[in-house]
Unconditional design. Structure first.
Lengths: 253, 251
């Protein structure tokens, strides 16, 4: 029985992941800024010069989609492989194993914070002002992080038993780039599909962010309800699957 | 109350557990064949009280490491029950939980947290760990620059300085030099006097004779004999010698 301080351990593992990731990059955290900026430039070129989009201020509009999408992709992918990648910990140290995927997701949050700062500065550059509705930002982001934690627990446990899971996750995120309204707006989606889109927390987050940052209004309560419902359901499901799966981790890693 | 108690413990592994790809899963689903089972431990019972130091001996593959893994609660027994009361510090493999790109100091902090210390305890024992390891200035260098011996010093220093109730050591003491070995030896003796429990696997029989007071001899997952360490080790080394002498006689 491990009777340690889970929060302290989580903090240490998050810092460890973060240090390892950035110590081997000469430009360090600058990469988290550069990547979305390059994507923003490319998408802006395509959707203003080649397929002109009716949306105003396209660069900041597309960044509102890219930042949540980038976070989701990175956090889900590293969460999925976390348990198998941490074999030396999982097989040798009797700590609560749930901490492993959660630490993997949270360590990408530090990277996310930098991207959010970039997004907020882009909003200001394009003529936006900070207002009280921005207080919703931490709420929607925390709901998203809860969703990814649940999802990562689920797929990291499955990945131990079926190692192909990580490739399924990689393909799913590529497809998701098209199915999340990153370069098109919610208004362009036919009414009969809107309900499905709202059940996707990544799409829902993009919608909420655009409400808050571009239109300076609170996200509609129906979106918030759906976002929290899906997030907490996923957390519950992930916890359940992980708890069942972790008994066999030792034998299968 | 025993600190560690094994009651009729068996641990079984499936032979195909290594193949984890989707095609293996599907193949097994389409053509189910009886899975080969392999008992790493069968029907093992023993208990360790506070202050006891127990040696586990046996050939490679006798089930020694499986026994330690069960005692560390890294896996569950297939049959029987394992009860462990107290904080366990396990040195099952050199540098598990260490990362080569992080410095010695960073690794010490992470390991202290992994072994169950909270922030205040980790801070309080940090200097003690550094001091015991004798690594000095190299604490701020990345771990990949360390020699095997230095890594072992660091791992051992963390494990003995986090105040565990149970210390589990699997054949890692061999890498240190003589000076560090005697330092570890003193610390383990101090441990025993403080009423802590030690489980120890080693192929160095003289080390076991001095460190431990009782022994368990395993062979193919079964307990061959258990008892006072001197007699047990004598008998065990006798059994190791037997095939050699018979071979000599045959010639």
């Amino acid at each position: 029985m491990w009777r340690g301080d889970s929060v302290f351990l989580l903090e240490n593992l998050v810092l460890k992941d973060f240090r390892i990731r950035y110590r081997n990059m000469s430009l360090g955290v600058l990469w988290s800024v550069l990547n979305p900026l390059v994507m923003m430039g490319a998408l802006t070129f395509v959707f203003t010069r080649i397929f002109p989009s009716p949306v105003k201020n396209f660069p900041v509009f597309v960044l509102c989609g890219l930042v949540p999408y980038n976070f989701f992709t990175l956090a889900w992918a590293s969460g999925t492989t976390s348990v198998v990648d941490s074999a030396p910990l999982v097989k040798r140290i009797p700590m609560p194993r749930e901490i492993v995927p959660i630490a993997a997701v949270l360590s990408t949050c530090l990277h996310l914070l930098i991207q959010i700062l970039l997004l907020l500065s882009a909003v200001v550059v394009f003529g936006g002002h900070w207002n009280l509705h921005w207080l919703w930002l931490p709420v929607v982001w925390i709901l998203e992080v809860i969703f990814v934690c649940g999802l990562a627990m689920l797929t990291s446990a499955v990945n131990v038993y079926i190692r192909d899971t990580r490739y399924v996750v990689e393909s799913a995120t590529t497809v998701l780039f098209w199915l999340v309204p990153i370069f098109y707006s919610f208004d362009a989606i036919p009414a009969k599909y809107v309900g499905i889109y709202e059940l996707n927390p990544v799409a829902n987050l993009v919608f909420c962010l655009r409400n808050i940052l571009l239109q300076a209004k609170s996200p509609p309560s129906s979106s918030l309800v759906k976002l929290s419902l899906v997030s907490f359901t996923m957390l519950g499901l992930g916890t359940l699957v992980f708890r069942r799966g972790k008994r066999g981790f030792f034998e299968h890693i | 109350m025993p600190v560690i108690e094994f009651k009729n413990v068996s641990k079984c592994f499936h032979r195909h557990a290594g193949q984890m790809l989707l095609r293996d899963r599907i193949a097994r689903l389409l053509r189910p064949e009886p899975r080969e089972r392999f008992y790493a431990l069968s029907n093992v019972s023993f208990e360790a009280k506070a202050g006891e130091s127990i040696a586990i001996i046996g050939h490679n593959g006798a089930g020694k490491s499986t026994l330690l893994n069960l005692a560390t609660s890294l896996c569950d027994p297939t049959d029987g029950t394992v009860t462990v009361n107290g904080r366990v510090a396990a040195l099952l493999e050199l540098g598990s939980g260490f990362h080569p790109d992080l410095t010695g100091a960073e690794n010490v902090r992470i390991n202290a947290a992994l072994l169950g210390l909270n922030r205040a305890q980790a801070r309080a024992s940090f200097d003690q760990i550094v001091d015991f390891s004798g690594i000095g200035d190299f604490m701020d260098e990345p771990l990949r620059t360390y020699s095997t011996g230095m890594m072992m010093r660091l791992a051992f220093s963390v494990a003995v300085n986090v105040d565990p109730d149970i210390l589990i050591v699997d054949e890692v003491l061999g890498v240190g030099d003589q000076a560090f070995f005697s330092k570890c030896f003193d610390r383990i003796m101090q441990f025993r006097r403080a009423g802590k429990t030690i489980l120890c696997v080693s192929h160095s029989l003289p080390t076991l004779t001095t460190l431990c007071d009782r022994g368990i001899w395993l062979d193919h997952g079964r307990v061959v004999r258990a008892g006072r360490v001197e007699g047990l080790i004598e008998e065990y080394s006798h059994s190791l010698g037997t095939p050699l002498t018979t071979a000599a006689e045959a010639r």
